[in-house]
Design a protein around this ligand. Structure first.
Ligand code: C2E
Ligand code: MG
Ligand code: MG
Ligand code: MG
Length: 281
């Protein structure tokens, strides 16, 4: 009957919702445990300076190998962390690990750490960053913080104040994934960003028509006119790299140069990279 099927539909709906919530809840429990057990790791992906061909920075990217499900995408577990308040612990862990890794690298190579807009609400954020730098003995100028442009990054007095306090420490600030959010231009104008990271969605379309090139050119030119550097994310081909260099993009990041690598591979990568440079010179 209609009544039964409606009820049936209702039951099915409820069950799948419940399963979803249970999965989320289980992920939360597992993530909490992983943070306790130090079962997360950081991978690092280089950005290459367009002008010099040298490594300008490595971005720290969190990795979680779940005991049952294998690697879980940060897109998933960062979201879980943001929703459950675990992002504070995760963020502190990432900041400490990244700063301490960077301490072993050459002076002119920075480390970039992703910060969730949710973390901007934590009262102790600036002190947490200062403490991580301090514990590692890393000069603040070697740290760059990447903040994803989201609805959450509201243009509030509070956020202004926090970003300015981070800059006052000597840290630089990048806007991540530029162009995909809701009011990119508004944020760019309002906050004192040092760098704009052009979202990989725009980079992926380079070479597929002049309109795509025009869009990226506009972003690079706008950033430059604001005195901001630019990094193109997700660069996978020589053609994309060449177009971006032609547009005057400051730094290039993507699989074309290197995939994110475990921290144990970074120093070897740096050594090989500078040997290649010496040969090329
Ligand atoms: P994101 O900061 O924009 O990082 C860039 C993402 O693009 C990374 O994905 C990276 O592995 C991937 N990628 C780099 N080059 C290429 C390429 O050439 N092609 C393609 N297709 N992809 C490329 P990943 O590592 O899965 O991280 C996803 C997002 O998770 C990051 O985006 C960042 O927003 C977030 N995330 C990662 N680690 C952390 C963390 O420690 N804290 C916070 N708050 N967020 C993090
Ligand atoms: Mg990033
Ligand atoms: Mg990005
Ligand atoms: Mg992203």
């Amino acid at each position: 009957s209609a009544k039964a099927s409606a009820r049936g539909g209702h039951v099915v709906y409820n069950r799948s919702m419940k399963e979803l919530l249970t999965q989320r809840h289980q992920l939360e429990i597992d993530l909490r445990q992983a943070l306790k057990d130090e079962a997360l790791s950081l991978y690092f992906q280089p950005s290459i300076s367009a002008a010099t061909g040298r490594i300008s920075s490595f971005e720290a990217l969190a990795r979680w190998r779940h005991p049952m499900h294998g690697f879980i995408s940060p897109a998933v577990f960062i979201a879980v962390a943001e929703e459950t308040g675990l992002i504070g612990d995760l963020g502190r862990w990432a900041m400490r690990e990244a700063c301490s890794a960077a301490k072993d690298w050459p002076e002119d190579i920075r480390v970039a750490v992703n910060l969730s807009p949710v973390q901007l609400r934590e009262p102790g954020l600036v002190a947490m960053v200062a403490a991580a730098l301090d514990a590692a003995g890393l000069p603040a100028r070697r740290l760059e913080i990447e903040i994803t442009e989201q609805m959450l990054l509201d243009n509030s007095e509070h956020n202004h104040h926090v970003l300015q306090s981070l800059k006052d420490l000597g840290v630089s600030i990048a806007m991540d994934d530029f162009g995909t959010g809701y009011s990119s231009l508004n944020y760019l104008h309002a906050f004192p960003f040092d760098r704009v990271k052009v979202d990989q969605a725009f980079v992926a379309k380079l070479g597929q028509g002049s309109r795509h090139t025009a869009l990226v050119r506009a972003v690079v030119d706008l950033a430059r006119s604001f005195g901001m550097a630019t990094t193109a994310e997700g660069v996978e081909t020589a053609e994309q790299r060449d177009i971006l260099m032609g547009l005057g993009c400051t730094d290039i990041q993507g699989y074309f140069y290197a995939r994110p690598m475990p921290v144990s591979d970074v120093v070897t990568f740096i050594t090989h990279w500078s040997e290649k440079e010496t040969v090329a010179a």
